[in-house]
Design a protein. Structure first.
Length: 71
């Protein structure tokens, strides 16, 4: 059941992001990247749920890259 919720959540997020533009889209992307990690990170077992694990890791890396302060 958790896997279905995960993939449905991703699809909903994609559709919400598609409906936004400019700064609203950027803000929504950052919020949703953080939400993915918080909501599903505990279930991101690379052995049991490799695909979910990869998506969570990717979302964390993208969030970090977009929020990293320039040197």
């Amino acid at each position: 059941m958790q896997r279905v919720q995960f993939w449905n959540h991703l699809l909903e997020v994609a559709e919400r992001i598609e409906g936004q533009q400019g700064e609203d889209a950027r803000k929504l992307v950052l919020e949703q990247l953080e939400t993915l990690s918080e909501a599903f990170g505990d279930n991101a077992d690379p052995v049991e749920n490799f695909e979910e694990f990869v998506v969570i890791r990717l979302s964390q890396a993208i969030h970090a890259a977009l929020t990293r302060q320039p040197h």
